[in-house]
Design a protein around this ligand. Sequence first.
Ligand code: FAD
Ligand code: MLT
Ligand code: ZN
Length: 468
Amino acid sequence: MKPQLIEQFIALLGQSGVVTDAEARQAYCSDWLGKWQGATPVVLRPANTEQVSAAVRLCHTHNLPIVPQGGNTGMSGGAIPDTSGAQVVLSLERMKRIRAVDPINDTITVDAGVLLAQVQEAARDVDRLFPLSLGAEGSCTIGGNLATNAGGTAVLRYGNMRSLALGLEVVLVDGRIWDGLRGLRKDNTGFDLRDLFIGSEGSLGIITGAVLKLYPQQLGRCAAWVGSQTPEQLTALLAHLRSACGERLVAFEMLSDACLQLVLKHVDGAVAPLSSQTAYHALIELSDTRLADLAALLTESLGQGLEAGWIDDAVVASNETQAMQFWRLREGISQAQVRAGKAVKHDIALPISRLAAFISEADTLLGKQFPALQLLNFGHLGDGNLHYNVLLPWDVSAEDYHRYTAELNRAVHDLVMQHNGSISAEHGVGQLRRDEVRHYKSPVEMELMLSIKQALDPNQLLNPGKVL
Ligand code: FAD
Ligand code: MLT
Ligand code: ZN
């Protein structure tokens, strides 16, 4: 990049807003999984919306492609530039302002670079709850959560990021600012632009601010760990708990025993909650705005599950520390996978009523086609979202990894489509699933998506090579 252009960026953003040092730039060019490695001529770090707008306008004038980046915790390589060295990384990491908290409207307005955990904390400070919750919450940003339409472990009760956002502020490719920061629960004045940008992974605009919904603080919380033999039994238990516990049911997370064993081996201090041997486990959580006796309700409901034969064993956490130990096991799966080998990850959604049939068919198919590989099946059962992953050994060659990925994707994703599911539930498309999406979407869907892209980013400057 020409030194004069760098000088212009520095004039707009200040010295601390422009990273030119080669080593420092590289930190923005690879992901935490070590899967993608790119290059960038410069990293831009604007401190506010006006600076984002000015920097994007300059990029537009010089036809420079832009890769927006939040906390860089994404799973699909969406925030990593390609290897051409031509794509500018625009990091929102300096935009950390909580702009307003309105406990009467139950909303919080924040900069896109605010960490998810900081929003949760700001909500707690006014006796409210911001319910999005996921393993990377200490490092991922609200902008990234919106751009990927993140899910996590409380979607069952509160919905995904799309349902938690009321308004957005977005910088368009030519630098114009769309101010849609309205905290309205009803607004039917035409097309829903907000929903267009949510889940678009930086390919339609750069999200700079958001109005998010708040909920009442939950004073009571109770978690349980159960052991079961089949996913079918667990989906029956889920349906029972939905009726028995109503909207107190916040989370219903499933993991196969292979996942639990991996966590026990690779995560310090992990201890199995039950001594019985079962093929599957689930972590269940209830919460309430009052200090209600949730333990009694959960114990009674799980007792009915035992009687019905859906579960073999269960333990209700006797205190918050034990509940946190359960959650550490569940949240530890990502880390354990990274330590154990190279995973071919799937992030699929299915109607809950089809989950058990899918798992049984997929296990049989993969068992025949890839008998030597280890299946790691876990996920947000309550949302019909599975991470149906396959673990390859550490020393697998790059060539074999690519071959296995292609073959496994085809086997798993074909089956997902037969069950009327989706091949990307919460991690987005990025570069990981771009070709898979193209393979499965109908021509009409692809044409609609391409027309929207053409209308908002005719020169393909926003996150090129991602999503589409
Ligand atoms: P990045 O990784 O920086 O970016 C992700 C995408 O969004 C990229 O395409 C990027 O270009 C775009 N983007 C980022 N910021 C903006 C912006 N301001 N405007 C426009 N585009 C932007 N995800 C889940 O959904 N559920 C989980 O349960 C879950 N668990 C996880 C557990 C762990 C341990 C880890 C490491 C990750 C997990 N994730 C999960 C994935 C990840 O945390 C989420 O996708 C998160 O929403 C990404 O936020 P980020 O700020 O890190 O975004
Ligand atoms: C999770 O649910 O833990 C993550 O979304 C999945 C993963 O780490 O593969
Ligand atoms: Zn997940």
